[in-house]
Structure formats: structure tokens, C-alpha cells
Design a protein around this ligand. Structure first.
Ligand code: 5GP
Ligand code: MG
Length: 185
């Protein structure tokens, strides 16, 4: 794999390019076409899971043709080590509308153990949406602990800690235009 253009800060490890900006753009366009085929012009609430999905979400919603689209944002806080999800989750920001009887699409950066998404799905399902689906930029299948159906998947990977295109390591590297793996040295 070619090296990322940008070097990691000393002590963070090594950045190795995984998906470049053009590859990501093509993937996002393809996903948007599938989402449009699924919902057409039905009213749809797209929910960005902050912060990691912010850039993916911005690109994705701008590719959607649906003019009946509302944008909402949630933030979930999970406690534990930086690179492994502990599974203890809560909302530190919730949607600002009632989602009852609405089509809801959760837009997440990565589904890994599935614990975060399972929590959000269970919580949202209890609010009585008309439908509830998940779009994830990366579906990491190697460490799944909770059953989560990812309805729209960008990239599937087994493992590796990713940064860039919204994804961080200790809040760094979110603004990289591509997705890199941060490899410990
Ligand atoms: P899960 O609860 O599915 O184990 O974890 C999901 C969340 O952990 C993701 O939404 C993401 O915020 C974070 N996460 C999982 N894998 C990675 C990764 O490779 N890189 C980064 N930056 N965050 C990750
Ligand atoms: Mg996330």
C-alpha cells in the first residue's frame, strides 16, 4: 500500500493510505444512488452520528436526489480506551425532532463491535419510526459483538485502526482527505 501523503505526529505511529479521495467519492456516489433507489422522494430524516461521520455525511447528503430530506445530528459518547469501544454508550446530543412515523437513516462512520449502533438502533426503534436503516462508510466485520444490519455499506474491512475523512485518533487527523490506517510503530 502506498504511504499517506501526510506523516503522523511523532509517537502516533505510521499513516498508511487505505482509500484515496477519488475512491471514497466514487463509493459515496454509489451509496447515494442506492439510497435514492430505496426511498425515492419519500420524506427522509438523515441522521449524522457525530463527530466521525461529519465529512462522510456532508458528501453523502449532497449526492442524494431526494428533495424531501431533513438533516439531523446526534452524538454518542462511549467510555473506555481510545481504540477499542467499551460498549457503555449514551447520547450527548440527540435529534431535535420527533421521528415517529418517519423514515430514518442513521449515517455512521464505522460499525466495529456494533455496540454503539445497537444502542442507537434500539433507542430509535422505541420511538416508532416508519423505517430505520443504517448507512456506514466502513463495516468492520472482524470484531462484531452485537448484531447490526448495515443496509448501505461503503467499504468492508476486517480490521485496522483508521483515521482521516472524519475519523480521528485522539481528535487528530479528521481533516485528512483520504482514509489511512494508523499503524503502531
Ligand atoms: P463499535 O461500538 O461498533 O465498536 O464502535 C463504533 C465506533 O468506534 C465508530 O463509530 C467509531 O467512532 C469508533 N471506531 C471504530 N473503529 C474505528 C477506527 O478504525 N478508527 C476510528 N477513528 N474510530 C473507530
Ligand atoms: Mg462513530
Amino acid at each position: 500500500m502506498e504511504k499517506c501523503q501526510v506523516k503522523a505526529l511523532p509517537g502516533d505511529g505510521r499513516l498508511v493510505s487505505v482509500f484515496g479521495p477519488e475512491e471514497i467519492a466514487a463509493c459515496v456516489r454509489g451509496m447515494a444512488a442506492k439510497i435514492d433507489a430505496c426511498y425515492g422522494e419519500e420524506p427522509l430524516v438523515a441522521v449524522c452520528v457525530l463527530k466521525g461521520a461529519c465529512i462522510f455525511f456532508s458528501d453523502l447528503v449532497r449526492c442524494l436526489q431526494n428533495r424531501n430530506l431533513e438533516l439531523e445530528f446526534i452524538r454518542i459518547a462511549s467510555y473506555g480506551a481510545a481504540t477499542v469501544s467499551s460498549g457503555e454508550v449514551l447520547f450527548s446530543k440527540d435529534v431535535e425532532i420527533d421521528i415517529r412515523d418517519k423514515h430514518v437513516l442513521l449515517v455512521e462512520d464505522i460499525v466495529d463491535s456494533g455496540r454503539s449502533m445497537r444502542f442507537v438502533l434500539d433507542n430509535f426503534a422505541a420511538r416508532g419510526p416508519r423505517s430505520l436503516r443504517v448507512a456506514a462508510l466502513v463495516n468492520k466485520t472482524g470484531r462484531r459483538e452485537r448484531e447490526v444490519t448495515v443496509d448501505f455499506t461503503g467499504f468492508s474491512l476486517d480490521s485496522g485502526f483508521l483515521v482521516g475523512y472524519g475519523l480521528d485518533y485522539a481528535e487528530r487527523y479528521r481533516a485528512l482527505p483520504g482514509i489511512c490506517e494508523l499503524v503502531p510503530e
